[in-house]
Design a protein around this ligand. Sequence first.
Ligand code: ADP
Ligand code: MG
Length: 687
Amino acid sequence: MYADELKQKVIQLKGIGKGSSEALAKIGIRNVSDLLRHIPRTYENRKDRVLLSDYREGYVNTIVEITGQDYMGFGRKRTLKVFIKDKSGTAVLICFGRNFLSQKLITGKKFFLYGNFEYRFQELQASSFEVEEFSDNPAVFNRIIPIYPLRDKLTQGVIRRAVSEAISELAQYTHNQLPKNLVQKYNFINRNEAVKNIHFPESLEKLKKAEDLLRYEELFYLQLTVGRRSREPRRYSRSFTDSDSKLQKQLINNLEFTLTPDQFTVLEEINQDMESYSPMARLLQGDVGSGKTLVAFLAALKIIESQGQVAFMVPTELLARQHAENAARLLEPLGVRLAFLRGNIKDKHRLPLLDALKKGEIDLVVGTHALFTKNVEFKNLQFVIVDEQHKFGVHQRAALLEKGDTPDLLLMTATPIPRTLTLTLFGDMDVSVIKTMPIGRKPVITHLSVIGKEDKVYSAVKTEIDKGHQAYFVYPRIETNNSPADLKDAEGMYKYLREEVFPYYHLGLIHSQLPEEEKIKTMELFSSGKIDILVSTSVVEVGVDIPNASCMVVEHAEQFGLAGLHQLRGRVGRGKNQSYAFLVYAKELTETGKQRLKIMMDYNDGFSIAEEDLKLRGPGELAGRRQSGFLNLTYADLVRDFEILERARDDAGKILDNDPGFLLSENSVIREVFDRCSPFKGAIDAE
Ligand code: ADP
Ligand code: MG
């Protein structure tokens, strides 16, 4: 299918001019291969008749005779009404903005008609309809027609013409490339037919068969790529002199607390992965505050001890800085050479730092997205840690992995990831869970309050601060310039709280638009206890760890998603103090808004909240679907096609077990799918 001919430009197709080809280019369709992969959003079945009397089916597809015309309204605003009948009854077409149809829909003539009808003003009416004069060989009737996603000036007509031309000119380049035994096993139609039928289905059965093949094929190739990776041996030899890591022991001894049993277990799992034959692909799930970072640091030590380098990627600069500081405190005393890579390209420390990384003079680098940019090179990257992994795209992780030679990968998240996704991305990913919280933690007490009654909240916060504790106040917006005036924002409330409510306390403000230096300063002051109240946006949502903070006030809580609220609440309850979350909501709550707040009251752990969230939003909103966007799948959908995915995975696995190099080089389809989908190759999605 993806022979060179398909790289031909759309404009070379018969009947496609400059205008159309430019319109297509705007939605990313440049060559014929792009065009054929622009699959219909849905179809209209104009094959099987649905008479006027059956309008409740959702649409009507019938042959009508025109019985008369009339107008409603007067002057320029008048609108043509056309009376029609088919063998089941009569109806009216309302031609909003289409009075010109009076020339065409002439009394006595017969037409094919497709439209959506409803009963209004005692008659059966349609204002959205399509007609074509009755004939033996209609262009857009008596068939199932594709409805493509459109943008701007593109029309269905242009895309249909281009696709139909592409199929008839280039069909000869299509042939089956799936292994014969699989084609037989699933009774697949051939690929050429599938491509034709996904665009212009001969029948609904054929459409189904086309979808079956194309979805399976795509997932099969994807599973070949990930399956190959998980069977791949490390390409470098790693020697741990001692399977017990000295540095790990030292760090554990230096801590003021002991690891929780789950932290120990997970560390053991990771250590075993690191000593095994193939690279680690492990997902570490643990609720906010469960102590994932420490486990990651411990894991890093084992690699560092054997002269490997470690990259620790986090989603925000705030969090990167915090991790870098913790690393400095915990790891530097053990002799670990650290670096903190900031996003700022003008940073004067950047060049020497990049140089040191490349020479292998740095053992552990902590950074944001800056880590996977092109000019970051390692001497011997052996371990990649991604914190809050759901904040990154697949390609971003991939780009970082590419900087080493089969490095180990540890993803950390407080948000459970659906199995579909781990299956897709890693063939099979190992999962570790930290369930036990460090001892002495008390569950956060959550209070709800409606806007207008926030005084009570403010005075509760005062009591806490007077005990020497600290508080966060979080708002959905930075400032209200372009948003509704009745929405509180961080800048305005910072001023108000400082002047009116807490004049005798120290307040700080932090949000993404402040200069970097100012943010750093403010965080330092908050972290050292010199600021009592930090007013902010959701920038403090991920990872920020200030154990002395005991109050989290979220105003306009209804504006936040459940995952966000849970993360925010997770900023408190990290020390020994009893902590509180105050969720202040606006009066006009939607039904889901109410449900969300109720869930926050009823549940404290992230897993239950994620589950409830899923119930509330339905499976279509799974984290998986959002993340799978990064995969650029054309035909398959990870949520809908989970069963196909599992089959494809088994099939690919069996093949690779017998022949690890299967279809590696000569197959052009697989190369194409690799380039497009492989999480381990391909382009970087710049933020
Ligand atoms: P997570 O990233 O899982 O939300 P962190 O790694 O930020 O959690 O840890 C939260 C806090 O708990 C940190 O202050 C950390 O030092 C502390 N901590 C980690 N492990 C333990 C433990 N076993 N006992 C007590 N405190 C711990
Ligand atoms: Mg964390």
